[in-house]
Design a protein around this ligand. Sequence first.
Ligand code: FE
Ligand code: FE
Ligand code: ZN
Length: 168
Amino acid sequence: MPLKSLHDLMVDEIKDIYHAEKQVTRALPKMIKNTSSPKLKKAFEDHLKETENQVKRLEQIFEELEIPAKGKRCIGMEGIINEGKEKMEEDIGESVLDAALIASAQKVEHYEIASYGTVRTYAEELGFNKIAELLQKTLDEEFKANELLTSIAEKEINYEAINRGEVE
Ligand code: FE
Ligand code: FE
Ligand code: ZN
């Protein structure tokens, strides 16, 4: 599809984030399986449910735009997720892996925050208020997910990785 207007670019970015979110729904179960921290597991489980809802929210947006809900390959998210996978395959200590999973998840959140922030602004500027509202809801969730990960890292995981990482 040619990108001749900001509207075209907005649609293109929505398709990108749609595929990105779908990848996240497939990656999170693996992260849930690989963490040994109950707190982190719970955070991932909660965010998985949230992410499934974010996918539905995007489908609502496609409906608003009267175009089929179809993603466009998001290579950015693919890369972030693949780097996370590499860590899981590494010879790595339990709590160090938890720290690595958080690092990877935060890269995911930051990618999403950048995308949703940008597209939300396009939607606002182009007069799609309902769509802007839906995007803002997801953006708020991504911010919160990111903050929770920071606090789990700083209160628990990094501390454990410091204390147990070296003896493993
Ligand atoms: Fe998301
Ligand atoms: Fe992308
Ligand atoms: Zn997210």
